[in-house]
Design a binder for this molecule. Structure first.
Ligand SMILES: C[S@@+](CC[C@H](N)C(=O)[O-])C[C@H]1O[C@@H](n2cnc3c(N)ncnc32)[C@H](O)[C@@H]1O
Length: 270
């Protein structure tokens, strides 16, 4: 299983990925307080180049290190950071890179979700090496529940029409495709399959042309080989627990998060 980040125009679509794909205001407030808990000299590492996390560090006037294997993504996303902190970009892989520093806080937005399931133990092991003894690793991740294995895209669209339209198309409808088109056998989802499901819904008259075009042009799912892993809640807790102690699990308070995007606060098991 290969996740292809070489389709480097993908990054140009991310501005349309609203929460829950990105941290919500309550998630950011929670993270802010955790950073402040560590005091003025706090050392923060971001896995990836998440604009919201960089902006938060800029507002707190805290320098930040970023670890991403795509300098192109980092540079492109820099235009979305209006109050940039002092940044040190490290070009490297979360699975293998050895860093000379250790960090008080490591942030990762949807990092578990963009890795192949089989790589998660190696990932946790490597991140644990980057963390200070009392540091916090704080991944924010999509999870799913066993009941959702029977979920149908149609159901999600019905819910959107009934009550979730108030959140906007991405926030209110995207999960219908993430879960409705999930490949439960291989425990992975392809973005191209989310688009195929959207086309099917269009043909059935359940979504309109404007909505279909959003998933085509704006979020760019069509023909995209990119893969997304959404672990079962309990399985994720089990794998995490082999490497970290779970200090806290925060669920953002916005109703559209539906308790399906935990933000874990983890400490290395010694
Ligand atoms: C953090 S993820 C998920 C998107 C997320 N919502 C964001 O923008 O923060 C996106 C970034 O992770 C990077 N990435 C993915 N796998 C990686 C890996 N194994 N090592 C280093 N960077 C990786 C990609 O290049 C991309 O810039």
């Amino acid at each position: 299983m290969k996740i292809d980040w070489s389709e480097n125009d993908f990054v140009t679509h991310w501005k349309y990925y609203k929460p829950p794909a990105r941290a919500s205001p309550s998630d950011l407030e929670f993270i802010k307080n955790k950073i402040l808990e560590k005091g003025k000299e706090v050392k923060v590492l971001i896995l990836g180049a998440t604009p919201e996390y960089r902006e938060l560090c800029g507002n707190l006037d805290i320098p930040v290190a970023l670890l991403d294997f795509s300098r192109n993504n980092y540079e492109y996303l820099s235009d979305e950071v209006f109050n940039a902190p002092k940044e040190m970009f490290i070009e490297g892989n979360w699975l293998h890179s050895k860093l000379s520093d250790k960090f008080d806080i490591i942030l990762g937005d949807n990092v578990i979700n963009v890795l192949p399931k089989k790589d998660i133990p190696l990932f946790f092991k490597n991140v644990a090496n980057m963390l200070k003894k009392d540091g916090f690793f704080m991944p924010r991740s999509y999870i799913r529940t066993p009941e959702e294995t029977n979920f149908k895209v149609e159901e999600g669209i019905k819910e959107y029409r009934k009550k979730k339209h108030i959140y906007g198309l991405y926030t209110g409808m995207s999960r219908a495709f993430y879960i409705g088109a999930y490949n439960f056998k291989d425990d992975v989802s392809f973005l191209k399959d989310w688009f195929k499901a959207a086309e099917k819904m269009y043909k059935k008259g359940l979504i309109n042309k404007k909505e279909l075009d959003f998933f085509l042009d704006k979020v760019g799912w069509k023909d995209r080989e990119f893969q997304f892993f959404i672990p079962l809640d309990k399985e994720l807790t089990g794998t995490i627990s082999e490497h970290f102690d779970i200090l806290e699990v925060f669920y953002g308070t916005e109703p559209y998060l539906e308790n399906k995007l935990p933000l874990h606060v983890l400490k290395v098991k010694r």
